[in-house]
Design a protein. Structure first.
Lengths: 290, 327
C-alpha cells in the first residue's frame, strides 16, 4: 500500500518538474511555431549553474533558493540573447530556426561537458526541507512535497499571467493569430523574445529544483527533451492546461513504468503518444494540429 | 553537358581505383565510411529534399536495422538470412514510423520523428536483455559473398562501392520516375496534387519506405564495418549528423548528399585526430550553414559562382530555401 502511495507522490513530483519544463516549451511552440530543441539543454544548464552556486565557487556560496533564482535569471537572459541574435535572423523560416536550436543544443551539451566534466554532480537538498513530512502513518520526503507545491504555485501564476494580464492577452493573441495580432498593433516579435526568455527561465528553474532528485549529469538534456516533446504532443501545443495534464500523465507513466517494467520504461511513454496521434492529432487540449 | 559527363567518368574512375592511390589502409577504410554514410544521406534526402519532410529520427531506424542484423547473427542465423530478416524488420519499422509521423507535416513531422527516434534510442539503451545496453552488440565475422571475404579492407571497400553505385542508380531512377515527380509535386503543392487526384499520403508513405530501405542498406554496411553496435549510434547527434550531410550538400539534389557525406566524414575524421569536441563543431557548423548558406554548399557555391560571373543577368539566382517545406 505504502509502496504505491510513495510511487504516486514521486510521479506527481516528477510531473510537476515536467510541467515547469514543458509549459515554456509549449508556449514557445504555440507562439513561434517551432519546437525549441534547446529546451533540454536549458534545463541542464539551469541545474549546472545552480549547483555551482550552491556548492560555491572560490568560497562564494549561496543559499539554494538564491542560487535557483540566479540560475533562472541567467539562463533566461541566455535564452533572450539566443532568440534576439540568432533566431530573429531568420523570421518565418521555421525549419532554419529548428536547425539552429538543434545546433545550439549540441554546442551547449559539449560546453557543459568541458566546464563541469563527465561525472554526475549530486545537488544537496536545501537543509530546511531535508526531513520527512508525516501524515499519520504515512511518511513522505518533505522536498518532494515542496516541489509539488512549487509546481502548483507556478501553474496558478502562469495561468494568471496568461489569462488576467495585458501581456498574457497579447501572448494569447499571438498564439491564436500572429498576423492579426500584428495588425492590431501588438509587437509580436518582441513577444517572441519575452516568451523565449520566460520558457528558458522556467526550464532552468525546473533543472535546479529537480537537481536534488535527478542530480546533474551529461546527457540530462537528452533525457529531458523527449519527455517535454511527449508531454506537448500529448497535451497539445500552446495550451497551459494541456501541458499540466500531459505532465501529470507522463509523470505517472514514467515512474510506474520504471518501477514495474524498468527495461521498457522509455517504451511505455510511447503508448499515450501513439493513442493521441491516432485519435486526436492536435493533442488533448490543443486547438490546431502542429 | 560534356564537362559534366567527363567529371562523372573521372569521379567513377577515382572511386574504382581508391585502394591504389590512397596512401594507406586507414584511408581506404575512411572511404568505405564515406560511401555507406553517403547511402544513408541519399536515403534521408528522399524525405528532406524531395518530399520536404525533415526527419530527425532516422538514426533510430538505422539502429533498428543494425541491431536486428547483430541480434539475428547472435541467434545463429547465417549472414544472408540475417541480412534479409533485418531488411524485413527495418521496412516494418519504417512503415510504423511513417504511419505515425505522416499524421503531420512540416514542424509536426520533425517533432514526431524526433520523439520516435529518441524512444528507439531509449529502448536500445534500457532494454538490456535484448540489446546489451551500453555494452552494445558485437559481430564476430563479416560475410563472404561469392567466396570473397569482406574481412579484407579492399574487398569491403569494393563491396560497399557496388552497393553505393546500385543505391545511387536506384535514386536516379526514383527521381526521374513518375513517383518521384509526384513526390516533388506533393512537396511543392500538396493541395493542388490532392485536387489533381493524387493520393498525397500514399505517395509520401512510399517515399518513406524507399528512404527506409536505403537507410537499412547503409546500416547493414555500417554494422559489418564496425562489427559493433551501441546505443550511441541511435542518438540524436547521429540523426543530426546525417541531416547535416544532406543540408550541407544541398537537399533535393542527387549528388549533394554525397558531397555532404564526404565533407562531414572527412571533417569528423580529421578533427577527431586533434580534439575530442566533435559535437561542439557539429553544432557550430549547423548554425553557420543555416545562417550563411541555407540552400546547401553545392547550390550555394553554384549561386555565388554564377553571381560572380554574370553580375547583372536577372533571374539567374535560384531562390534560397526553395526546397524547404511550405506550411
Amino acid at each position: 500500500m505504502n509502496f504505491w502511495l510513495v510511487l504516486a507522490v514521486n510521479s506527481i513530483t516528477f510531473g510537476g518538474l515536467l510541467f515547469l519544463l514543458s509549459a515554456g516549451f509549449s508556449l514557445i511552440f504555440g507562439l513561434m511555431r517551432i519546437p525549441n530543441l534547446t529546451h533540454g539543454s536549458l534545463f541542464m544548464l539551469g541545474a549546472y549553474i545552480g549547483v555551482t552556486f550552491v556548492l560555491g565557487i572560490h568560497g562564494f556560496q549561496l543559499n539554494f533558493w538564491l542560487a535557483a533564482v540566479l540560475a533562472t535569471l541567467s539562463v533566461a537572459a541566455l535564452g533572450a540573447l539566443a532568440e534576439r541574435f540568432l533566431l530573429r535572423r531568420m523570421p518565418g523560416d521555421q525549419l532554419a530556426q529548428v536547425l539552429v536550436t538543434l545546433g545550439l543544443s549540441f554546442m551547449a551539451a559539449d560546453l557543459c561537458l568541458m566546464i563541469w566534466g563527465g561525472d554526475p554532480i549530486s545537488v544537496p537538498t536545501p537543509p530546511e526541507l531535508d526531513g520527512f513530512a508525516r501524515f499519520g502513518v504515512l511518511v513522505f520526503p518533505a522536498y518532494r512535497l515542496a516541489i509539488i507545491v512549487i509546481a502548483i504555485v507556478f501553474a496558478i501564476g502562469l495561468w494568471l499571467l496568461l489569462d488576467r494580464t495585458r501581456l498574457g492577452a497579447m501572448i494569447r493573441a499571438g498564439v491564436d493569430d500572429p498576423d492579426m495580432a500584428r495588425v492590431v498593433g501588438i509587437r509580436v516579435s518582441q513577444l517572441f523574445t519575452i516568451v523565449f526568455a520566460l520558457g528558458a527561465g522556467l526550464a532552468a528553474f525546473a533543472g535546479i529544483i529537480g537537481g536534488p532528485i535527478l542530480s546533474v549529469y551529461p546527457g540530462l538534456d537528452q533525457d529531458m527533451l523527449p519527455l517535454a516533446l511527449v508531454v506537448v504532443i500529448l497535451g497539445g501545443t500552446g495550451s497551459l492546461l494541456g501541458s499540466f495534464v500531459g505532465s501529470i500523465i507522463i509523470g505517472f507513466i514514467y515512474n510506474f513504468g520504471q518501477a514495474l517494467l524498468p527495461e521498457l520504461a522509455y517504451f511505455v511513454l510511447f503508448l499515450p503518444m501513439l493513442l493521441v496521434l491516432l485519435l486526436r492529432p492536435q493533442g488533448l487540449f490543443g486547438r490546431h494540429v502542429p | 553537358m560534356t564537362i559534366r559527363f567527363f567529371t562523372l567518368i573521372a569521379a567513377f574512375a577515382a572511386l574504382v581505383t581508391v585502394p591504389y592511390w590512397m596512401p594507406g589502409i586507414y584511408y581506404v577504410n575512411v572511404s568505405s565510411q564515406i560511401l555507406f554514410y553517403a547511402i544513408f544521406a541519399l536515403g534521408l534526402n528522399v524525405l528532406v529534399g524531395y518530399a520536404g519532410l525533415v526527419s530527425l529520427g532516422h538514426a533510430g531506424l538505422f539502429g533498428v536495422t543494425a541491431y536486428a542484423t547483430g541480434y539475428m547473427l547472435q541467434l545463429g542465423f547465417g549472414h544472408p538470412a540475417a541480412i534479409l530478416i533485418a531488411l524485413v524488420i527495418s521496412l516494418i519499422a519504417m512503415a510504423i514510423f511513417a504511419a505515425l509521423s505522416l499524421r503531420s507535416t512540416g514542424i509536426g513531422f520533425i517533432m514526431i520523428t524526433l520523439a520516435l527516434g529518441e524512444i528507439l534510442w531509449g529502448l536500445a539503451y534500457r532494454w538490456i536483455s535484448l540489446t546489451g545496453g551500453d555494452n552494445g552488440l558485437s559481430l564476430k565475422t563479416r560475410p563472404e559473398p561469392f567466396g570473397y571475404s569482406l574481412s579484407d579492407v579492399n574487398t569491403f571497400y569494393y563491396a560497399t562501392l557496388v552497393v553505393f553505385l546500385l543505391s545511387l542508380a536506384a535514386m536516379a531512377v526514383f527521381v526521374r520516375s513518375p513517383l518521384g515527380a509526384a513526390l516533388m509535386g506533393t512537396r511543392d503543392q500538396p493541395r493542388r496534387m490532392n485536387a489533381l487526384g493524387y493520393h498525397v499520403w500514399a505517395i509520401r508513405f512510399y517515399a518513406c519506405l524507399f528512404s527506409g530501405l536505403l537507410t537499412a542498406v547503409s546500416a547493414i554496411l555500417f554494422v559489418y564495418y564496425t562489427q559493433f553496435i551501441s546505443p550511441q549510434t541511435l542518438a540524436l547527434t547521429s540523426s543530426a549528423e546525417v541531416l547535416l550531410m544532406v543540408i550541407s550538400g544541398g537537399p533535393g539534389t542527387l549528388l549533394g548528399p554525397i558531397v555532404g557525406a564526404t565533407l562531414v566524414v572527412a571533417v569528423k575524421t580529421v578533427v577527431s585526430g586533434f580534439i575530442e569536441r566533435w559535437n561542439f563543431l557539429l553544432g557550430a557548423i549547423f548554425v553557420a550553414i543555416v545562417i550563411l548558406m541555407p540552400e546547401g554548399l553545392v547550390p550555394g557555391t553554384v549561386r555565388l559562382w554564377r553571381l560572380a560571373w554574370r553580375k547583372r543577368a536577372p533571374g539567374t539566382t535560384p531562390v534560397p530555401g526553395g526546397a524547404e517545406a511550405k506550411p
